[in-house]
Design a protein around this ligand. Structure first.
Ligand code: UDP
Length: 241
């Protein structure tokens, strides 16, 4: 059973459980599976974009990426177990894939960045098979899906920003032939070392968003939505929802 937070139903999983579920999806022989990593902004977007809401509802794994979602779950009186940041989930999955031999395709980010990320990831996770990369500024989705199919990818990290990445997975996931496609926002930039993650202390206290906003002031417009999100949670709680 999923836990509903302001219209979006999340799997109430911690990191180890999320990774186990992802591995099960990879091995169950059905395809394609989709995993999504909504944060507070994506939940708000889903409330105004019924397409995005439907995609999340149908996803095989919906993990809470973002401290805002965790706070809202507490305000609503149905606390989620843990925050599972998409980028950490991806890292954990690669660690397991390096052992299981499953293949990974990196899709997204500016030209050249996915190749840089692939190089670094191969060093970090010896044995990890990255079977292809493609930047996120392509015109012909059919050609990209064919490229992924030809590369025999088991897993695709789709990093085109939300909601573009979720809609791309819905429209083209099957054509890629991959078993599991995961929407992961700016993760390729992080793996390439182009975007710096907050030091662990900031991550632990749930303030990574503040650190990133100070480093990238253009994110300010997104962050001001967070108090509104939490106010909606308070409103929903008072209305008994
Ligand atoms: N991006 C892309 N194609 C596009 C638009 C965006 O590949 O058409 C990439 C962009 O270069 C960045 C990522 O998508 O690497 C979005 O990152 P953002 O920080 O917005 O995502 P978040 O992690 O905050 O969801």
């Amino acid at each position: 059973m999923r836990t509903e937070i302001l219209g979006v139903a999340f799997d109430n999983v911690d990191m180890a459980e999320a990774l186990d579920r992802a591995e099960d999806l990879l091995c169950d022989g059905c395809r394609p599976h989709m995993a999504v990593t909504p944060n507070a902004i994506m939940v708000q977007d889903a409330n105004h974009d019924s397409d995005l809401a439907d995609i999340i509802r149908c996803a095989d794994l919906v993990i809470p990426d973002g401290v805002g979602v965790i706070y809202a779950s507490k305000i609503l009186g149905r606390p989620l177990k843990a925050r599972v940041p998409g980028v950490d989930f991806a890292a954990g999955l690669m660690e397991r894939m390096a052992k299981s031999g499953k293949t990974l395709f990196l899709l997204g980010a500016k030209p050249g960045v996915a190749e840089e990320a692939a190089q670094k990831l191969r060093e970090t996770y010896p044995g990890l098979v990255i079977c292809g990369t493609q930047d996120g500024y392509f015109k012909d989705s059919g050609r990209v899906a064919e490229q992924i199919r030809a590369a025999l990818a088991d897993v695709v990290f789709v990093c085109l920003g939300s909601p573009k990445q979720e809609k791309w997975i819905r429209d083209w996931g099957e054509a890629t032939g991959a078993s599991l496609l995961i929407g992961l926002g700016g993760s390729i930039d992080v793996f390439a070392g182009r975007v710096e993650r907050a030091p662990e202390f900031w991550q632990k206290i749930g303030m990574e968003w503040l650190y990133r906003t100070v480093k990238e002031p253009k994110r300010l417009g997104r962050i001001v939505k967070l108090p509104l999100f939490l106010c909606s949670a308070v409103g929903a709680r008072l209305r008994g929802k």
